[in-house]
Design a protein around this ligand. Structure first.
Ligand SMILES: Nc1ncnc2c1ncn2[C@@H]1O[C@H](COP(=O)(O)OP(=O)(O)OP(=O)(O)O)[C@@H](O)[C@H]1O
Length: 307
């Protein structure tokens, strides 16, 4: 059996009297995109720094791509693309100088590859880094993480500071990486960007992993708004009692409702009439996770989705 891309056991980090991370058991399989979600201060950056041996654990074990980052860190880092949450670089160089330098450290990256990624992110490589906006510096961070097509990408809040168009491009890059067999571990505090790319999400809060879920399953469970336009008016009462259907309103020939789970009953009921159009919003999984973020959730309940 191939070893997981990331495996931690009972990983704990305390900063003096401050808790950073408590007893983290994390498993990221090869080839999957794993979203690591949690509010500010939850322990996401602490976890990522431990994976890269940038800080040392108080206790517990880490294995990344089958090796201990503590003993084989230099070779391991060539196989990883890492974007730090606080990506800071020497401001006197141009973007091209920096990326060429970093590419050489990782065994050489063709100029054409750097140019292609820069063009996709609309990044001007000829400018000195110190003159760049925060968003443009972040683009350099994204390019350096992806440019050598590493086996494993570890990205700490990768889209912070990117505008929506570039966030979309980033999502495409993550999907391409997955299609190429690369593994992606990315932290975020926004569910919406993770739900577009991730196979699984882990939720961390106050230094503890609360739950791990498959995004596909979450999607099935999530609430979505549905709008159906019929050829002739329908009765709201006919739909209001259907399983998984709520908040039914009918205006003229248009029915709107909330769908909470499977669509089967709703679709079959609609099928008794002539349907002109049907629209179902992509569910926003943020709502499902709000509960995990709030104080009321019982943190001792850890569920792991089947690997
Ligand atoms: N160097 C440090 N010294 C003391 N406490 C620290 C240090 N680094 C992190 N912490 C604490 O550890 C906890 C986890 O912080 P961490 O930066 O890992 O969270 P995060 O989930 O990445 O949050 P953010 O999204 O705000 O970056 C926080 O309570 C933080 O204050």
């Amino acid at each position: 059996m191939t070893e997981s891309a990331i495996n931690t056991e009972n990983l704990t980090k305390t900063y003096g009297r401050n808790r950073g991370l408590t007893g983290l058991d994390l498993r990221v399989e090869r080839g999957e995109v794993y979203g690591f979600l949690g509010p500010n201060g939850a322990g996401k950056s602490t976890t990522i720094r431990l994976l890269l041996d940038l800080i040392r654990p108080t206790s517990g074990h880490v294995r990344v791509l089958g090796v201990d980052p503590r003993t084989d860190g230099v070779r391991l880092r060539r196989r990883i693309g890492y974007l730090a949450g606080d990506f800071v670089v020497d401001g006197r160089q141009t973007g091209r100088d920096l990326l060429t330098y970093l590419g050489n450290l990782r065994g050489g990256v063709p100029r054409s590859r750097i140019d292609e990624l820069a063009a996709r992110l609309d990044l001007d490589l000829s400018r000195r880094i110190k003159g760049l906006s925060k968003g443009n510096r972040q683009k350099i961070g994204v390019v350096q993480a992806f440019m050598h097509s590493p086996e494993l990408l570890i990205l700490d809040e990768p889209t912070s500071g990117l505008d929506p168009f570039l966030q979309h491009e980033f999502v495409t890059m993550v999907r391409e990486a997955r299609a190429a067999g690369q593994t992606v571990f990315m932290s975020s505090h926004v569910m919406s960007e993770v739900q577009q790319t991730a196979d699984r999400v882990g939720i961390i809060r106050e230094g503890r992993l609360i739950t791990v879920e498959r995004v596909e399953e979450l999607r099935e469970r999530a609430v979505r708004q549905v709008e159906i336009v019929f050829e002739a008016p329908v009765e709201a009462a006919e739909f209001a009692s259907l399983p998984n259907v709520g908040d039914v309103t009918v205006t003229g020939n248009t029915l709107r409702c909330r769908l909470d789970g499977r669509a089967d009953a709703l679709v079959k009921a609609a099928g008794r009439h002539t349907v002109l159009s049907l629209r179902a919003e992509e569910p926003d999984l943020e709502e499902l996770f709000f509960d995990y973020y709030s104080d009321s959730h019982d943190r001792t309940e850890v569920q792991h989705a089947a690997a």
